[in-house]
Structures are given as structure tokens and as C-alpha cells.
Design a binder for this molecule. Structure first.
Ligand code: ASP
Length: 221
């Protein structure tokens, strides 16, 4: 999502190594926001992306082991979540953001998470700021966390406080919050940033002209 309020995403796109680049083309080259499944794949192939089998031997083995019991219990906790989110501000103060994920392991076929849903996994409003989420997508989608954080910042609270409030809403509505992770990161128009998570152990990286810093996020637990 960019500073001009343009957005692009892809869902259920298989066998393409960098789906975020396809999402960017959806934003730049089509009148749409989201392409899914076969249509997304067709669009990617027509735009020069190569199709390849991305299943690693390790993942295949883990899946074979899982199939023995086929216990349907998709978990996103500290060890199992992989969304990469990025919020960027240029020297003119313009804000853009992106995120990419493999989603959830051992999910129902066709399950889509929060990351490609604009407003849930990512939201940018160049007048206010931006937010990106990681963790159990269902929780993020149900509370529209990224949009919520941006709207809270619009009302004047800091990125850190806005992130805490978005996490608080998830915790409040889910008694089992100890069993899953959700974390959000935000930046505002002044370049202030903040994050908050349910579980401890979530860290985020800041890159500025003065260097790089890895920061441990505060958390509810
Ligand atoms: N948010 C992603 C999803 O629910 C998963 C993750 O953060 O790893 O699809």
C-alpha cells in the first residue's frame, strides 16, 4: 500500500517465490486491489514470474508426519508465525507499507489470513501513519487491527499506545489469548514508531540514517 492510497494484494497464489512483487504489480498495473488463486497465478505468469515448486523436503516431511494423526489444530504461537511486515517513510515524509506471509500451517484448503486483507494485516494512510500485523490472522481480521491502529493515531494517540489498544481488544475478546501470538507495529506522520504484542519475545527492527536497531516489543504477557 502506498502513499497515494493505492493497494495491491494476492491470495492463494501458489508456486511463485515472491508473491509480494505480484501484489505490487496488481497495485501498479490493474484497476483492482486483490487477485486470488488461478487468476493471480495467471497474472503473475503473464507478467514474467516463473512458476516453481516451493515445497522443501523438510516441510514435506513435517506434513507427512502431521498426516499420521491429521489433528486439525492450526496454531500461531511464538515459534510458528512468519509474516514479514515493513513500514517505510521517505525523506518527503511519505509513508508506504508491505507485508508477506506463508500464512498458517495445516489449515483448511483455501484459508486466507490477514496479511493480504487491506485494513487487517496492513494499512497506510499517508495523512496519519501506517500499521502492519503478524500472528494469528483470524484475530487480526476480526478486529481490523491495522485500520484500527491508524484510526487511533488519527485521534491523537502515539503509535505505541495505539498498538497496545489494538492488542487489548483482542485479549479482551479471547479468553485463550495465552495460546496464540499477535503483534502490531506502527509509525505516525512525525516518524514516531511503536509496537505491542500479546506474547513476549517479539522484536522489530528500525533503520534510520543513524543506523539500525533491534527493539524488543512490550507485550501484554
Ligand atoms: N498473519 C499470518 C496469517 O494469519 C501468519 C503469520 O503472521 O505468520 O496468515
Amino acid at each position: 500500500m502506498d502513499e497515494k492510497n493505492r493497494a495491491g494484494s494476492v491470495t492463494f497464489l501458489q508456486e511463485i517465490i515472491h508473491p509480494i512483487s505480484v501484489a505490487r504489480l496488481v497495485m501498479e498495473k490493474t484497476p483492482h486491489v486483490m487477485l486470488s488463486g488461478d487468476g493471480a497465478l495467471q497474472f503473475a505468469l503473464e507478467n514474467g514470474f516463473d512458476r516453481q515448486n516451493l515445497l522443501t523436503e523438510k516441510a514435506k516431511q513435517a506434513w507427512e508426519e502431521w498426516k499420521v494423526k491429521s489433528q486439525y489444530k492450526p496454531v500461531i504461537n511464538l515459534e510458528n508465525h512468519d509474516t514479514v511486515g515493513l513500514l517505510a517513510m521517505d525523506r518527503m515524509g511519505n509513508i508506504a507499507g508491505g507485508c508477506s506471509t506463508s500464512g498458517l500451517a495445516y489449515k483448511l484448503h483455501g484459508r486466507v489470513g490477514d496479511s493480504p486483507i487491506i485494513g487487517a494485516g496492513l494499512f497506510v494512510d499517508n495523512e496519519v501513519g501506517a500499521c502492519v500485523a503478524t500472528g494469528l490472522g483470524e484475530m487480526v481480521m476480526r478486529t481490523l487491527s491495522s485500520f484500527l491502529v491508524v484510526e487511533l493515531m488519527r485521534n491523537g494517540i502515539s503509535p505505541r499506545q495505539a498498538c497496545e489498544e489494538a492488542i487489548r481488544r483482542i485479549v479482551k475478546r479471547n479468553q485463550d489469548f495465552r495460546d496464540f501470538q499477535v503483534a502490531v507495529i506502527a509509525i505516525n506522520k512525525s516518524g514516531e514508531y511503536g509496537a505491542y504484542a500479546i506474547q513476549p519475545g517479539f522484536s522489530f527492527a528500525i533503520h534510520t540514517q543513524s543506523g539500525n536497531e533491534l527493539i524488543n516489543s512490550e507485550s501484554h504477557l
